[in-house]
Write a protein that binds this ligand. Structure first.
Ligand SMILES: [Zn+2]
Ligand SMILES: [Zn+2]
Length: 286
C-alpha cells in the first residue's frame, strides 16, 4: 500500500443494535442488503460472477470481517467487488472501509463534495444532541465525526451521472443530509438505493430503531445540516417513482406502500421530517 489510510481519532465501536443486525436479504435477484447493527449496505451484482459486483457503503466500525464473510457466502471464496460506492461519508457508512480496501484492493467512489470528508481535509459538523428526537440524538455526541483519510483510494464519481462498474445505474445528487450525499437509481426496474436521503425507520427513536418499526422518515436528524436541500432531494427521488427503495436505515420498501409513503414525505416533509427545534433547523448552522 503506497500511502497510509486512517480513521478519525474518535473512531470506535458503537454499541447500538437492532433486531435486523447481521441479517441479509435479497431485495431483487442482484441486490443483496445486509444490516450491520443499525445500518444497511448493499451488494449489487449477479451471484454467478464472484468479481463483478459492487459494494454500496461500508457498514459500522469494526464490521469488516462480517462484510467479507457475507460477500464470500454470496459470491464465493474468491469474492471481491470491482468497486465500493459511498452514498456519503458518515461513520456508519464508512465504518469498515479501510480494512475492506486493504483486503480487496479496490477503488472507492464518492461525490466530489464528499471527498474532503474522506481525505482528512474536513470534519462533518458535530452531531446535534439538542435536536428534537429522543435518545439516539442524545447519544449522538458519542458518534465519530472526524474525517477519515482514504488518500488516493477515493475518487470522485464521473460528472455525467454514470457509476463506474454499475452499468445500468445512475447516481443522483441528493444533498441536505450531507453536502455530497448521493442516491443510486436503476431505471429498468425502478430500484433505488437512497442512503440517508430518507429512511424507513425513525432513527431518532432508540426503540423503533431496535425493533425496526417501519415508518418512512426524513434523513436522520442529528446529522442533517441543510433541511431545505434535504426536502428538495426527497422531491427529486419521489419524482422518479421508484418501485423498490433500500435506505441506509430500516427495511426495504416496495410498490404501492413506497409510492404512497414517499409521496406523502415529499409533500409533508416540513411536518414529518424537519425537527421543530435544533441547531441546524433555523439555517444558521452554528
Ligand atoms: Zn448519514
Ligand atoms: Zn446513516
Amino acid at each position: 500500500m503506497s500511502e497510509q489510510m486512517n480513521y478519525g481519532e474518535d473512531y470506535k465501536f458503537i454499541p447500538v443494535t437492532s433486531v435486523m443486525s447481521g441479517l441479509g436479504q435479497e431485495v431483487t435477484s442482484d441486490i443483496y442488503s445486509l444490516t450491520i447493527q443499525v445500518v444497511n449496505l448493499c451488494m449489487v451484482g449477479n451471484t454467478n460472477h464472484s468479481q463483478a459486483w459492487t459494494l454500496i457503503d461500508a457498514g459500522m466500525p469494526k464490521s469488516a470481517d462480517k462484510i467479507i464473510h457475507e460477500a464470500e457466502n454470496r459470491f464465493g471464496t474468491d469474492a471481491r467487488p470491482n468497486a465500493i460506492v459511498l452514498t456519503h461519508g458518515h461513520f456508519d457508512h464508512v465504518g469498515a472501509i479501510i480494512e475492506l480496501i486493504e483486503h480487496w484492493d479496490v477503488p472507492v467512489y464518492a461525490h466530489e463534495l464528499e471527498i474532503p470528508y474522506l481525505t482528512g481535509v474536513k470534519s462533518y459538523p458535530a452531531p446535534d444532541p439538542t435536536v428534537e428526537g429522543g435518545l439516539v440524538a442524545k447519544m449522538s455526541p458519542y458518534f465519530p465525526n472526524e474525517p477519515i483519510n482514504l488518500g488516493s483510494h477515493v475518487k470522485p464519481l464521473p460528472s455525467d451521472g454514470t457509476v463506474p462498474s454499475m452499468l445500468e445505474w445512475n447516481w443522483i445528487h441528493t444533498p441536505g443530509h450531507s453536502p455530497g450525499h448521493i442516491s443510486l437509481y436503476r431505471q429498468s426496474d425502478g430500484a433505488l438505493i437512497a442512503g440517508d436521503a430518507f429512511v424507513t425507520v425513525k432513527q431518532e427513536s432508540l426503540f423503533k430503531t431496535l425493533v425496526q418499526d417501519q415508518e418512512i422518515s426524513g434523513p436522520p436528524r442529528y446529522l442533517t445540516t441543510d433541511w431545505q436541500q434535504a426536502w428538495d432531494s426527497v422531491k427529486k427521488l419521489s419524482d422518479l417513482k421508484p418501485q423498490i427503495a433500500i435506505t441506509g436505515h430500516g427495511m426495504p420498501m416496495k410498490g404501492q406502500e413506497l409510492t404512497d409513503n414517499l409521496t406523502k414525505l415529499a409533500i409533508d416533509f416540513d411536518v414529518i421530517a424537519i425537527p421543530k427545534y435544533g441547531r441546524y433547523v433555523d439555517g444558521s448552522q452554528n
